[in-house]
Write a protein that binds this ligand. Sequence first.
Ligand SMILES: C[S@@+](CC[C@H](N)C(=O)[O-])C[C@H]1O[C@@H](n2cnc3c(N)ncnc32)[C@H](O)[C@@H]1O
Length: 316
Amino acid sequence: MNKFASTVGESAAPRRASENFRASTISGAGEIRSMTMDISKVAFDQIRDYVYRTAGINIGADKSAMVVGRLWRRLEISKCVDYEAYLTFVSSAEGINERHYMLDLLTTNETYFFREPAHFDFLRHKIIQPVSRHKIKVWCGASSTGEEPYSLAMVLQEALGDHGWDLLATDISHTVLAHARAGIYRTERLDCMPEHYLKNFCLRGVNEFSGKMAIAKSLVSNVRFDHHNLLQPLATTEMFDVVFLRNVLIYFDQPTKQKVIEHILQRLRPGGWLIVGHCESIQGFKNEMSLVTPSIYRKLNATSTTSTSTAEASLA
Ligand SMILES: C[S@@+](CC[C@H](N)C(=O)[O-])C[C@H]1O[C@@H](n2cnc3c(N)ncnc32)[C@H](O)[C@@H]1O
C-alpha cells in the first residue's frame, strides 16, 4: 500500500507541476529553473527523435512548450542546468531510470473505466457468447494505469467465472504498470463504471485510503501485467482471441502503425478480434483483416477472405 502511494506520487508530481508551471516555486532552484524554461531547437529535436525511435510516438514540431512543461522539473531533480546537460545524462549508463521517467512524462496515459462502452458490450454479446466453450484469451496492448484491463476483467469474470478467461495487459511505461498492478484508484475515477460492477468488484477505502477504492484481489491476481513495447513483437508464442489496442495508434505515424499491427496480427488467432479506439482506423491490411464495424476488425482465416462463420468455428 505504501509502495503504491510513493510510486503514484513520483509519476503524478511532475505532470501536476507542469500544469501549474507558472505558479510553482522551488526554493533555492531559481537559477536552474530560469534555464530549464528554454530549450534549444537541437535539444528539442533530439528529444523528439529519441521518443520516436523508442516508442514510435510523434511529438509535433510545435510542441516545444509541452516538452518543457513536462520535463523542466526532471532537469532540476537531475541537477542539469540545461537540456543539453539533461540529454547527456539520459544517454549515459547512469541515466537508465531517467530515460524511463522522460518517456513516461512524454507519453499520454489518459484512460478511465469503461471508456468507449460499446466495445465492452460488443465483447460481452458478440465475442464471449460464441466462444464460451473454450478459455478466451485477451490482450490489452496499451493498458496504461489499469482501468481498461480491469474493465475487461469485470466483463470476462461476470460472463465466464474464474477459469474461463485469461488476460494479458501490457504497456511501455513501468510507472503506469506499477500503478495498474496495485489496482487502487481515486473514487472520482469511477464515474463510468456500471453500479453492479462497482458493487461486485470494488472495495471502498477507509482511514488513510478514504477517497480511494481497490479492485478486488481475485480480479487483480487474474490479470497479468507485463512491460511491452508495441514496436517489438510480443515475446511469447501465445495466441489471443481478442486484442484491445485502443487510443494508442493515434500517436503513431503510418509506417509505425503498420509495424505495430503486423506484430498484433502475429499473435491474433484466425477469426480473432482487434478493437481499436473509436477515433482510430487501420489501413492496408485488406487481405488479413475485415472491418466488422467502425473500430472493430476481424482477422481472416488464411483460406477464406469473407466467411464469418468459418472464422467463428476456428475460435470455438
Ligand atoms: C492514451 S493511453 C490509452 C489507454 C487505454 N488503452 C485507453 O484506451 O483508455 C496510451 C497508452 O499507450 C502507451 N504507449 C505509448 N506508446 C507505446 C508503445 N510504443 N508501446 C506500448 N505502449 C505504448 C502509453 O504508455 C499509454 O499508457
